[in-house]
Design a protein around this ligand. Structure first.
Ligand code: ZN
Length: 291
């Protein structure tokens, strides 16, 4: 028995070293890609961020995989959007057996109404994105207090970038003649952008990315575009774009390109970060609507 002792000491040393290294990277799960980007910006090299719904994924209709339960079970913190966005999440959290705190990044955001529900797409206003960042900063600091100063400094610098981004969006919208600030888009994801910056979005499909528009609904949309003088129709990275192309062809409105609503793209795409996404969208809007 005594001969086992050195091995036990060795194992104890290894075991002591492992958590120390794991502490350097606080494991955080974010429900979808945009939240993951916020967590990366605030957490920097102190966090290891995993997203459940990755780039170009549809967070409304996600089907969790067994690996997702393991990611949550390993995490020290789970960040979600809330406002009813992640309907698939409660069951996943339960099956993971996780005891990690679940933090709602939209806490403190004034929700817009979506019929009788809240509109979950609050990140489409940069002012709201700042609320997300503050909530994420506080959540990270609560779980890893020794790094809270790092999170504070990172958040400060990212919040300054978001302030600059917000100004950029306002200046860009100011270039669009007021009568042209009207577009149609495949799912109603831009209510907060519309409210914050004064661009009107007309949605043909409502909030569900699952629903199919009927022939009668499409005819009604085309009439609507013509009568309300919608200047451009937009595509999204998560919806079937054939419908929008058909509406554009039949109504004479311009196809304004792709707007990114609910997910970032991969590194090589047009919107690998939140700031890239907002810049891309606002550029697509101004170039379609400015003249
Ligand atoms: Zn959406």
């Amino acid at each position: 028995m005594r001969s086992l002792r050195p091995w036990l000491v060795c194992l104890a040393l290894v075991a002591a070293a492992l958590p120390a290294r794991a502490q350097d990277h606080l494991k955080v799960v974010a429900s979808f890609s945009i939240l993951g980007d916020f967590v990366r910006n605030v957490g920097g090299d102190r966090v290891e961020v995993t997203t459940l719904v990755g780039p170009d994924g549809d967070v409304h209709v996600y089907t969790p995989a067994p690996a997702d339960a393991r990611k949550i079970a390993d995490a020290k913190l789970v960040i979600i959007n809330g406002l009813g966005l992640e309907g698939w999440l409660p069951r996943l959290l339960q099956s993971s057996g996780s005891k990690a705190p679940i933090v709602t990044a939209t806490k403190g955001v004034t929700p817009l109404k979506f019929g009788s529900d809240a509109d979950p797409h609050a990140w489409q206003s940069v002012a709201n994105a700042k609320t997300y960042v503050v909530n994420i900063r506080d959540a990270l600091g609560a779980v890893a207090p020794t790094d809270s100063e790092v999170f504070r400094v990172n958040a400060e610098s990212y919040l300054a970038k978001l302030d600059a981004l917000d100004r950029e969006v306002r200046e860009a919208v100011a270039q669009i003649p007021p009568a042209h600030r009207k577009v149609i888009s495949t799912h109603d994801a831009f209510g907060y952008l519309a409210a914050a910056y004064g661009v009107e979005f007309v949605a043909p499909l409502g909030v569900s990315t699952e629903s199919e528009a009927s022939a009668r609904a499409i005819a009604a949309i085309i009439t609507q575009i013509k009568s309300s003088k919608v200047s451009a129709v937009f595509l999204e990275n998560i919806s079937d774009d054939r419908l929008i192309r058909r509406i554009a062809a039949e109504s004479g409105a311009r196809v304004g390109g792709t707007l990114y609503s609910d997910g970032l793209t991969s590194e090589k795409g047009a919107a690998p970060t939140y700031i890239d996404m907002v810049r891309h969208n606002i550029k697509a809007l101004t170039s379609a609507l400015a003249n």
